[in-house]
Design a protein. Structure first.
Length: 137
């Protein structure tokens, strides 16, 4: 889904986003319906945005989008880098001075948006491919 925020001058397709029912009922977001039905764009500030790093997106995800999402007032910015072992999973929380990485407790990171703790684990699959699981507690 396209995410746009005019105040922060951002527009793009994040790898994931989430908004609560409460946020949906406010004027903080507006869902735009497509010509053929269904929502195709979210204007405003969802509760969480997720980006997955790649070689070609490092600067965009770690600098440009991080700043833009912060200016848009998005409470949590999740950033995943699965290119190395172990994978990096950072949950950035919005503060008045920018995003701050939430400290992990024994590998778990607490999300204020979801009210749960998460960790990203990787295991070797049956074909020796990595299999990623986002665990919740």
């Amino acid at each position: 889904m396209l995410l746009s925020n005019f105040a922060a001058d951002i527009s793009g397709n994040p790898d994931g986003l989430f908004l609560t029912y409460t946020t949906r009922q406010t004027d903080r977001v507006r869902l735009i319906e497509g010509r053929d039905g269904g929502f195709v764009e979210l204007q405003g500030s969802p509760d969480m945005v997720l980006e997955i790093l790649s070689k070609s997106s490092e600067t965009k995800d770690e600098v440009l989008l991080k700043q833009g999402y912060w200016e848009a007032g998005i409470p949590e910015y999740w950033l995943v880098d699965a290119r190395n072992e172990p994978p990096r999973f950072d949950l950035h929380r919005h503060t008045s001075r920018g995003y701050v990485v939430t400290r992990k407790q024994q590998g778990w990171v607490k999300s204020a948006v979801f009210g749960q703790s998460f960790r990203l684990v990787v295991q070797v699959g049956p074909r020796n491919d990595p299999e990623y699981t986002l665990e919740v507690r």
